[in-house]
Design a protein around this ligand. Sequence first.
Ligand code: SAH
Length: 213
Amino acid sequence: MKDNFRQQGKRKQLVKLLEEKGITNKNVLEAINVIPRHLFMDSSFEDHAYQDKAFPIAAGQTISQPYTVAFQSELLNIKPNQKVLEIGTGSGYQTAVLCELGAKVYTIERQQELYKKTSKFLAQLGYRPKYISFGDGYKGLPNYAPFDQIIVTAGAPFIPKPLLAQLKVGGRLVIPVGEDPQIMNRLTRTSATAFEKETFGEFRFVPLLENKS
Ligand code: SAH
């Protein structure tokens, strides 16, 4: 697994572009600067790794666009050692960003092919999420709750209630909601029973799938 000067240079350009697009969180930008995104993609797409675009990965899924990863990460504003739940492990790129930010990461993937491939790959790269789960993100991980932050990386038709229930008071859920496109939502749990909702414009994700057969 190689990361050469050319790729590092392209990554610096990508970080610059993300800054121009409005990303300001230094820790997020540094995470993107150090993670070799080209290794998370099929080799046929490697040349495109440092364009600000989503690309196909296995099982008909995509690696999210760098701007989207940066934007969602900035909305979470993670502090080291926070417990973070990610729904939609996919390529593991967002997982790696969360690890770089110092989070204790729990992540769920429903496609077995991706679950297996990405579990192995993240370990090879030296990223150690606390737990990678093969399962249904709509349910969250009740046995590991509560979480400081929850991030959903697929388009949800509605906000799953179990995810809200698994947030600590003061915790946040960042989730794209709707059909195509989705609206980025951030829900902050302000008390045991109350949530405050903010919205942040349109994004495009693959769907958060229900009822896996
Ligand atoms: N975070 C990923 C984004 C991958 S795309 C990355 O950085 O590459 C969204 C992922 O969500 C896909 O891998 C898809 O298989 C997964 N997914 C879709 N529905 C899901 C569900 N109900 N539970 C868990 N994962 C799901």
